[in-house]
Write a protein that binds this ligand. Structure first.
Ligand code: ADP
Ligand code: F6P
Length: 468
């Protein structure tokens, strides 16, 4: 068989159309783990990327060897499909319902219509027998739609976020259609084994399918499933963190924060799954009880704006900003806030400098598919110093098991773990960090893509196009 071409389908293109100050169109790398990961691996691999390009910019550039195929969404579609069904129904439900999922019937029709539009766009650009790799919960109906349009294609699906157990998934009014949608793929990949297990249970329960953890029989077809934990470009972040300008910037940050201070750092999208409120409560109590003091410790909380048209995200921002204000009002001193709060995007070099400048990285989501920030911090710590406090409920915890693992719902446990990390012996920290760095060196973003694509086509030929 001739070499298969590769098409990636994701909600977002790797570029966002941001209006420049003079009103001109200006393309920027889109935020978030998914686009960052795929952008990196595809830059050197000939492929086509189908996705939503933000605003309707005039010219869409290609990115490296990736051809971009934009899908336009109307304002109503953005509301029903992206803000509604994807981010107000599926997102909270799949994250353990840490926020109440909203079920609105009209969102479903828009979600289905937009999935159909993405499927048609993918069918149009995919060559004969191409491999089409569909990404994430926004496009869960697409694999089946695409199979109906183009039975010749090899279809992969990867879920970047958690996939819930039956007790939660069963709440979905359109659960059977969603399951059938995913099972249109030849290979369904998840971050963790538990998710593959959940899918098999659901296929048995809802579809009466014969299903084991890695194979689900749907009519004459067998859908394979498995865990493929996503990662980062480890060498890019390691190199960035040692670049002279980044080292200088990190030094300046330390100076500005107070040379002798211990620096705690958190970097999140401003999302209720990230556990920012729990973290702030724990920090307030540590200050209240005198376990940490503003004169020798500071927290830097970066919270990049996200999904701001969704009400629950706006409410969260108000609550967080109120709490940061209260904590600083109560415990800060002139020129010495307890918390530095930064609600803004940063470029990669600025993030690398922050990672370098921190003593303790605090990554405490209530639930997270993976959490690439935790991996970026580890990659940035070439000298083996620094502590990582990591939620047990982040996918990354399964791999970074020598981090200071914590249950973020347990406030006392979280406080104690923060103190342990702040006071840890440097030799202990180096041993922990060394183990995490060794793991990451073997499990970077290229290894992820190679593992998935090799499992998809069995031959390894698809993966050959990726850089080594
Ligand atoms: P999610 O996919 O839920 O956003 P991840 O932690 O997996 O969470 O990925 C977040 C990505 O966004 C990381 O690559 C991180 O570097 C990036 N990021 C986080 N905060 C910022 C920020 N303030 N500016 C730019 N990028 C950010
Ligand atoms: O990681 C899950 C995810 O929804 C990704 O699809 C996306 O890269 C990231 O979170 C950011 O979300 P959004 O695309 O809604 O800004």
């Amino acid at each position: 068989m001739p070499r298969r071409s590769l098409v990636v389908v994701a909600n977002r293109l790797p570029l966002d159309d941001n209006a420049a100050p003079d009103g001109a169109c200006e393309w920027r790398r889109s935020p978030g783990g998914l686009t960052g990961a795929l952008h990196t691996i595809l830059q050197q691999a000939p492929a086509t990327w189908v996705g939503w390009g933000g605003g309707p910019g005039p010219r869409l550039p290609n990115v490296g060897s990736v051809r971009l195929r934009p899908v336009a969404l109307t304002a109503d579609e953005q509301r029903g499909y992206y803000e509604g069904f994807a981010n107000s129904t599926l997102w909270p439900l799949y994250h353990d319902a840490v926020q109440q999922p909203v079920f609105q019937r009209e969102w479903w029709d828009t979600y289905r219509a937009v999935n159909q539009r993405f499927a048609e766009a993918a069918a149009e650009v995919a060559g004969r027998h191409a491999a089409v790799w569909v990404q994430d919960y926004h496009l869960q109906l697409l694999p089946r739609m695409l199979r109906e349009l183009r039975p010749d294609l090899l279809i992969g699906f990867f879920m970047h976020i958690p996939f819930p157990p039956p007790e939660l998934f069963m709440q979905l009014p359109r659960r059977v259609e969603l399951l059938h949608g995913m099972l249109g793929a030849d290979l369904v990949g998840f971050q963790r084994e538990q998710a593959a297990h959940n899918l098999a249970q659901l296929a048995r329960k809802l579809l009466g399918a014969e299903a084991a953890d890695h194979a689900i029989h749907v009519g004459p077809r067998t859908v394979r499933t498995g865990a493929f934990p996503v990662s980062i470009d480890v060498s890019e972040m390691s190199a960035l963190a040692t670049r002279p300008d980044v080292v200088a910037h990190a030094g300046q940050l330390r100076h500005d924060l107070g040379e002798s201070k211990r620096v705690l750092l958190s970097v999140d999208r401003l999302d209720y799954t990230k556990g920012i409120e729990h973290r702030l409560t724990a920090y307030r109590e540590l200050l209240r009880d005198g376990d940490v003091k503003v004169r020798d410790t500071v927290l830097v909380q970066v919270a990049v704006p996200s999904r701001e048209r969704v009400e629950s995200y706006r409410d969260l921002r108000d609550r967080i900003e109120g709490e940061v204000g209260r904590i600083n009002g109560e415990y800060g001193r002139v020129g010495e806030p307890a918390i530095h709060y930064l609600n803004q995007p940063f470029d990669r070099a600025q993030l690398a400098a922050l990672y370098r400048a921190a003593d303790v990285m605090v990554v405490t989501p209530l639930r997270d598919g993976m959490n690439l920030v935790a991996k970026e911090f580890v990659a940035a710590r070439g000298d083996g110093s620094g502590a990582l406090v990591l939620s047990e409920f982040a996918g990354a915890a399964a791999e970074l098991s020598t981090a200071f693992l914590v249950n973020p719902h347990d406030l006392d446990g979280l406080k104690q773990t923060l103190l342990r990390a702040l006071e840890a012996d440097p030799a202990d920290l180096r041993a922990r960090m060394g183990a995490m760095r060794r793991h990451l060196a073997e499990h970077d973003i290229y290894a992820w893509a190679r593992a998935y694509l090799t499992a998809l086509d069995h031959t390894g030929r698809l993966a050959q196009r990726l850089p080594n």
